[in-house]
Design a protein around this ligand. Structure first.
Ligand code: UVW
Length: 350
């Protein structure tokens, strides 16, 4: 990968270039060996929590019509499915039995990470007066993030003949970095119960102060809203309207919150809900405004990762009962080259 600067203008409030012109890791650069040692020092009991939902949750397509539940299938050998396949069929002396499967998996259906290639913007990074599609640190649609069609500014689309995949900013970068660090839990449910509220900077600061939670550079911040418990109770038949109308979520349009995310040095925001930020975002009066303001700030401007549909309730309850908020978090995504998001089975150790 060339290390020339890819942009002449960078978005206001972005940190593009601060980790180098070819940087693809973003804030993961802040998880130094010293910070991993600090995370490991949070392990006192040796107890572990699985922070993933079963990957067939939420269930169906009511939450997102374009993301499908995983479909398991046997690997086929000719027309013969390799499930409970007796080797004796091939060689009567063999007694082995084989199961071998494959899956059709929407990578962001359930507990997931968004990679930095997940959300870009139409932005004039080369300062020629016209916006082009760019991603974190100026990586480009087409050259770096490839898809089957090019969406042109005049509203047309043409086939590219390219294979789909992120040649930069893909999820494999997070995996190769060995994503592990200090998790910090912020418990909205303990303060708001099931009430639907958008939490901005002021309210967040009150919660941090009340619960004595400190967020430091390099931290992986988890926000428990209560969404996961309700979702699990719906047992794969989610009532999308009820879920969307319940629980506190971050107010993505709150400028104070943006400042805090920028200045805190946090590396990731993971939540048990659909999008970390409340969706749809509050109405915006500007001519151009982003539909997903925290996605824009985090993935596009700062190289901060977003985790969604995490299963946080058991850990959050345990931490609160023990007067703690910090833990060791180990959460590498799949090392799947070119993917823009990934299922993850995060493990918290306390
Ligand atoms: C979108 O819905 C676009 O993304 P996410 O899954 O990150 O919320």
């Amino acid at each position: 990968m060339a290390t020339t600067v890819r942009w002449k203008r960078r978005p206001e409030g972005s940190n593009w270039g601060e980790f180098g012109p070819g940087d693809q890791l973003g804030r993961l650069n802040l998880i130094t060996p010293e910070r991993v040692r600090a995370a490991v020092a949070e392990v006192r009991e040796g107890r572990r929590f699985c922070l993933s939902l079963p990957l067939d949750f939420p269930g169906g397509t009511a939450i997102n019509a374009t993301r499908l539940p995983p479909r398991l299938m046997p690997v086929m050998e000719g027309n013969q499915p390799n499930m409970n396949f007796p080797y004796s069929r091939k060689n009567p002396r063999h007694r082995d039995v084989l199961c071998d499967d494959q899956v059709l998996l929407t990578l962001q259906y359930s507990t997931q990470w968004d990679a930095l290639a997940h959300i870009g913007q139409e932005f004039d990074a080369d300062d020629d007066g016209e916006a082009e599609i760019v991603y974190y640190n100026g990586f480009r649609a087409g050259e770096d993030i490839a898809g089957p069609v090019e969406y042109r500014p005049d509203g047309t689309q043409v086939e590219t003949g390219q294979e789909t995949g992120a040649r930069a900013l893909g999820v494999e970068n997070m995996a190769r970095a060995g994503l592990q660090g200090r998790g910090v839990m912020i418990d909205f449910k303990a303060h708001y119960g099931e009430e639907r509220v958008l939490v901005g900077y002021d309210a967040l600061m009150r919660i941090l102060e009340k619960d004595r939670v400190a967020v430091e550079p390099g931290d992986l911040v988890c926000i428990r809203t209560g969404f996961d418990e309700m979702l699990l109770s719906m047992n794969r038949q989610p009532d999308a309207a009820k879920l969307r109308g319940s629980f506190a979520a971050l107010d993505g349009r709150d400028k104070g919150l943006h400042r805090w995310i920028t200045e805190s040095g946090l590396v990731a925001l993971a939540s048990d809900n659909i999008a970390v930020e409340g969706t749809p975002a509050r109405a915006c009066e500007d001519e151009h405004c982003t539909a997903l303001p925290l996605h824009e700030l985090c993935l596009f401007k700062l190289g901060v990762y977003l985790g969604e549909f995490w299963h946080l309730s058991e850990l959050a309850d345990w931490l609160r009962a023990h007067g703690r908020s910090r833990f060791l978090l180990t959460a590498p995504p799949l090392r799947l080259p070119g993917a823009v998001g990934s299922p993850v089975t995060p493990v918290a150790t306390v």
